[in-house]
Design a protein around this ligand. Structure first.
Ligand code: NAD
Length: 265
């Protein structure tokens, strides 16, 4: 039987999709025919222009919900909004994330709390709200955009690495709980992707290590990635669309690396 990755009639939520990987993933899902709820911070006029453009380009419904990923009530409201406005919920992509780089002894407490809230707790709150909908449908896909830092550590990233390791634990736990309900829960673990977050990290790391941004890219960032190439959006989208399709039904509780071999070492 030919493998179909037609997501027509499906509904997806992509958190943190006003920028970077999330925006690319929302566009990829819409490109396969899925209706999408986008979310994230930013200039309202720019977000509305992107929403309308995506809907027109792909001929699907695209709605925006402005839930702040530090606010449990707003996250639950976003999940309810998707179901109420689009009728179902097939894919929840927990993607929103922030980074802060500092030696542990100087790590600001508010930055720790913010990163744990956005990068870890938000996934708990969205999954908690989405699972009853997916169980009632007898089908659903939860994908957590984790990181190679869900599997290995790097210095100066205490909160990020802790949150991403936590996301993997959450992924595996939920996978076991929903396994007989037609629902799967997996983590995608990219290495370094060329996005605004990585570009900010290059500047931050240069400061923390006292070297130039060019040296950070060559000796720090690409040093970790054996392919010596940053990961491209399309490479992540290919795996996401596979997981969303029926072909992905038996992939559950997995940490799926897209890191050019970084975590093979
Ligand atoms: P980005 O900064 O380009 O985008 C982050 C998104 O999250 C934006 O849409 C932003 O508005 C949203 N966001 C931030 N705080 C929010 C809040 N409080 N409420 C709602 N939305 C909020 O980042 P990115 O590089 O595209 O990263 C996306 C995800 O991929 C993150 O979870 C990140 O940890 C992960 N990741 C990134 C890389 C990389 O190399 N860029 C590698 C591995 C994993």
């Amino acid at each position: 039987m030919p493998i179909s990755v037609d997501l027509k009639g499906q509904v997806a939520i992509v958190t943190g999709s006003t920028s970077g990987i999330g925006q690319a993933m929302a566009r990829a899902l819409a490109g396969q025919g899925s209706d999408v709820v986008i979310n994230g911070l930013g200039d309202p006029a720019k977000i509305e222009a992107e929403r309308a453009q995506m809907a027109a380009e792909f001929g699907v419904q695209v709605l925006y919900h402005g839930a702040d990923m530090t606010k449990p009530d707003e996250i639950a409201d976003m999940v309810a909004f998707a179901k109420a406005r689009l009728g179902r919920l097939d894919l929840l992509l927990n993607n929103a994330g922030v980074q802060f780089v500092s030696p542990i002894e100087e790590f600001p407490i508010d930055k720790w709390n913010q990163i744990i809230a956005i990068n870890l707790s938000s996934a708990f709150h969205s999954i908690r709200a989405a699972v009853p909908i997916m169980k009632a449908q007898g089908r659903g896909r939860i994908v957590n955009l984790a990181s190679a830092h869900a599997l290995v550590a790097s210095p100066f990233k205490a909160a990020y690495v802790a949150a991403k390791h936590g996301v993997l634990g959450l992924t595996r736990t939920v996978a076991l709980e929903v396994a007989t309900d037609g629902v799967t829960c997996n983590a995608i673990c990219p290495g370094y992707v060329k996005t605004p977050l990585v570009e900010a990290q290059i500047a931050d790391q240069a400061k923390a290590r006292g070297i130039t941004p060019e040296q950070v890219l060559k000796d720090v960032i690409l040093a970790a990635q054996p392919t010596k190439k940053l990961v491209e959006y399309d490479e992540i989208a290919g795996l996401l669309v596979y997981l969303a399709s029926n072909a992905g039904a038996s992939v559950n509780g997995a940490a799926l690396s897209i890191d050019g071999g970084w975590t093979a070492a």
